[in-house]
Design a protein. Structure first.
Lengths: 304, 185
């Protein structure tokens, strides 16, 4: 091969020494730079910083709310504890329960006022120190019912709670154990207004509940309507996750060797999926630029 | 001391755009001419050259300096050209045996047509260009890889997926025809 070819060599060197046009140089070099360009500081840290800010804000708001009104962080218990009087009625007359519930819903604010008055007598001053007067929200109301229905908010009883309330709780252990269940079961029918609240709450809590249910401390997690709703809400997410996992599996299952990949492309051609095959062939060339496709295989994979 | 092509490519794979610039400056002309003389039209050559370089860029992460960079580069170019020819219904087949074939080389200039040196050189160059274009694909490719890429027979074999003997004979056939074409026998 290296036999002397002086004249031929010279003649070849005398041919025009064409160079690619400057525009081609520019576009190739720009593509090369883009390929290894690092994202700017703002683009690199934008997402983590935003996520951290949102998280910090959420924690801050939650802590603030807990500090100001313990128990408000979970609105589902409001819909659970509010029907407690209805649950009490249910125990007495289960058949009449459905009728009693709307009534209970309607009288709930009055009861709150009454119970506040009752508490001023029965509870120690410490029990009310954190309470705000009017409220109008369901959560404080639910907490106000504590002396009457200690079973429901038992999990949230305050350190300074009245001994009378504790005594009453002890006096009615059966209702204490049953009330949450019935309350949880009946919430949607008892308080028509409650489900949206608990749904919204569930929607907000869904990711947290899935991630760390034990941290939540919410009494109604699995069996409550909120949880049921949560389950319904979580279902699409789960199926999406499943789908994406499936897609990931598909990707990871993609043949790694060039021969297997070509075989896959040939199958796509056989099935008439030419667009996919074209795309796969293009991708193949990117992944294995130096791989030589033999003629027989080429005939099976070539663009049609 | 200048970094080797392989070192530059590895540096580029690590994210140094300047390494690619140096690499590109070294090989852009050779690759472009290789493609241009294989395809004949500047438009096609530019398009193909761009695609080849894009493949180099795309494959930077998987690049391993097991062979010379130029062998790798021209093997990518070879594959792209093969695809190009295949799409046009051409194929790299039985080219080694097609040595004495089809296009008879133009007769060499006789002594009676003795021009001035510059004119003669221009004529020789034109004849050579014509003869290169008339070479069978595999021979032309092997010749161009040897001339432009500076590849040895073994490297040509590696870049084109053939064996060393075949590569060697392709280059030899090509040179014989070209010598005949320019009257250098």
């Amino acid at each position: 091969m290296s036999e002397p070819n002086d004249r031929l060599e010279r003649a070849y060197r005398s041919l025009a020494r064409e160079e690619p046009p400057a525009s081609l140089d520019a576009s190739i070099l720009a593509a090369a730079r883009r390929a290894v360009a690092r994202p700017s500081l703002a683009r690199r840290w934008g997402v983590p910083v935003s996520a951290a800010a949102v998280l910090a804000l959420a924690i801050g708001v939650t802590l603030e709310m807990q500090h100001e009104r313990p128990g408000i962080e979970v609105s589902a218990p409001a819909s659970e504890s509010a029907p407690a009087p209805a649950a009490k009625q249910e125990m007495a007359a289960p058949a009449r329960a459905p009728e009693a519930k709307p009534e209970a819903a309607l009288v709930a604010p009055e009861k709150r006022v009454e119970s506040r008055q009752a508490k001023s007598v029965a509870a120690t001053p410490g029990a009310e120190t954190h309470h705000e007067p009017a409220g109008g929200e369901s959560a404080p109301g639910a907490r106000d019912v504590v002396p009457e229905m200690p079973a429901v908010p038992a999990a949230r009883s305050q350190p300074g709670e009245a001994p009378a309330a504790s005594a009453e709780r002890e006096r009615a252990p059966a209702s204490a154990q049953r009330a949450p269940a019935s309350a949880q079961r009946e919430v949607p029918q008892t308080f028509p207004a409650a489900p949206p609240a608990s749904r919204a709450n569930a929607a907000m809590q869904a990711p947290r509940a899935q991630a760390a249910p034990s941290l939540e401390g919410a009494p109604a997690a699995p069996p409550s309507p909120a949880a049921a709703q949560e389950g319904r809400l979580a279902a699409p997410a789960a199926s999406m996750a499943k789908r994406s996992a499936g897609a990931g599996a598909d990707l990871s299952a993609a043949p790694a060797s060039p021969a297997a990949e070509l075989e896959r492309i040939a199958k796509l051609r056989e099935e008439g999926r030419d667009v996919e095959a074209d795309r796969a062939l293009e991708e193949f060339r990117k992944r294995f630029p130096a791989y030589r496709i033999d003629d027989a295989t080429w005939r099976r994979v070539k663009p049609r | 001391m200048e970094p080797s092509d392989e070192e530059l490519m590895v540096s580029y794979a690590r994210g140094e755009a300047r390494a690619f610039e140096a690499l590109y400056a070294r090989h852009k002309g050779a690759l472009y001419r290789f493609v241009l003389r294989s395809t004949k039209t500047a438009g096609e050559a530019e398009e193909l050259a761009q695609e080849i370089w894009m493949r180099v860029i795309g494959a930077r992460v998987s690049y391993e300096p097991r062979a010379k960079f130029t062998t790798w580069l021209f093997s990518i170019a070879h594959n792209r050209l093969v695809d190009h020819w295949r799409v046009r219904g051409l194929a790299l087949v039985s080219l080694d045996d097609a040595g004495d074939d089809d296009d008879p080389p133009e007769p060499a200039a006789g002594p009676e047509a003795e021009p001035e040196r510059a004119l003669e050189a221009a004529q020789v160059a034109r004849k050579l260009a014509h003869a290169i274009a008339a070479l069978p694909l595999a021979q032309r490719e092997a010749f161009l890889l040897h001339q432009e890429g500076g590849l040895t027979a073994a490297e040509i074999a590696r870049a084109t997926g053939s064996n060393e003997e075949a590569a060697k004979s392709r280059v030899r056939y090509a040179m014989r025809k070209l010598r005949e074409a320019i009257g250098d026998e």
